[in-house]
Design a protein around this ligand. Structure first.
Ligand SMILES: Cc1ncc(COP(=O)(O)O)c(C=O)c1O
Ligand SMILES: [Zn+2]
Length: 338
């Protein structure tokens, strides 16, 4: 049977109860042992890996925005909500700037579980409407930090906290992306570039590729003003906070140490991009037909930095993860045309 394990204090227990953090030391948990395929599914995963016009044959885009709710989060939600249902949980609460909220709301609906999502003020209207339309209750908090605190208050009223940034099931669900990329490409790529906020996708890639033949260099892209991983690796940065990267606003990711390890041990790096670079990248992607949201375009902005500075060698196979759909973002067109 799968177990919860805390690397920090060594706590270990069966997964027959709902835990999102270590009850002994408050640290993050991992799942070890055999994990079943999620029972609750909306058809997540197996997203295309393709070249896009104008970027050359060695650059591949993993279209995670084509997941059922328009983001990679569905891999984690399928696993976490399936586990909640298995344990007979009838009510969950989540904090999210949008995409995780939409995803958790959809999978909770599929599982017949009541959901509350706490969003920060300024949550993109398209995302907010979707969460409501999926039947979840919405609570608004002042900012991303406050949203987490409000969600955990609900926990004390008897709802299970999903807490995707912490949740070991959510992180586990993300691992499937690695073997998919490997089999679609026919080999492990030389480097992967992904936007990073709380690090669930980065850690899914890292943990997933540990089970493959080789580890690609993992490049994490953060948005200016929201850069805890960049600061931890390169020292504190001072820059104007991004307005466009609304999905990348986590300032205190609970898995920061693991995220650092993923980037450094894989031989990758952390990159910082600003709104001008994000907008340029978004325009390029739209021109190639990829309808992504601004936060996702930051990965291409990171790739442009790497290729300009010669960090990507000729002939290397590169995968850029396109994480979230622009279809939730009716404002997207005005961003490009203004
Ligand atoms: C579109 C999009 N890209 C990237 C990320 C960053 O993912 P993570 O928090 O797993 O680092 C998010 C997280 O909300 C997102 O919604
Ligand atoms: Zn512990």
């Amino acid at each position: 049977m799968a177990k919860y394990v805390c690397k920090k204090c060594g706590f270990k227990t069966d997964t027959d109860k709902w835990l999102w953090k270590c009850p002994s030391c408050g640290g993050v948990l991992e799942i070890t042992g055999k994990v079943e395929q999620p029972k609750i599914t909306l058809g997540e995963g197996n997203t295309p890996l393709i070249n896009l016009f104008g970027f050359g044959g060695d650059v591949y885009f993993k279209l995670e925005y084509l997941n059922p709710t328009g983001s990679f989060k569905d891999r984690g939600s399928a696993m976490a909500i399936s586990q909640a249902q298995k344990l007979g949980i009838g009510c969950i609460v989540e904090d999210s700037s949008g995409n995780a909220g939409i995803s958790v709301a959809a999978y909770a609906a599929a599982a017949g579980i009541w959901a509350t999502v706490v969003v920060p003020k300024g949550c993109a209207p398209g995302k907010r409407h979707l969460i409501e339309a999926l039947g979840a209750e919405i609570i608004e908090a002042d900012d991303r930090e406050a949203a987490g605190n409000r969600a955990r208050e609900r926990e004390t009223q008897g709802c299970a906290y999903i807490g995707h940034m912490w949740n070991p099931w959510f992180i586990k669900g993300m691992e499937s992306i690695a073997s998919e990329i490997n089999s679609q490409l026919g080999k492990v790529p030389d480097a992967i570039i992904t936007p990073v906020s709380s690090g669930t996708l980065l850690l899914g890639l890292y943990n997933g590729f540990k089970k493959e033949k080789k580890m690609p260099r993992l490049y994490a892209v953060q948005a200016s003003g929201f850069s805890p991983l960049y600061d931890a690796v390169h020292g504190k940065s001072e820059s104007r906070p991004s307005k466009l990267a609304d999905a990348l606003q986590v300032l205190n990711p609970p898995r920061l140490e693991e995220m650092k390890e993923a980037v450094l041990k894989s031989g990758g790096d952390v990159l910082l991009v600003n709104d001008e670079e994000i907008l340029t990248a978004l325009a390029k992607l739209l021109k190639a037909g990829a309808i992504v949201e601004p936060s996702s375009a930051s990965a291409l902005a990171g790739y442009m930095q790497l290729s300009n500075s010669g960090k990507i060698k000729h002939g290397e196979k590169i995968v850029i993860i396109l994480t979230g759909s622009g279809l939730k973002y009716p404002e997207i067109v005005s961003l490009i045309s203004s």
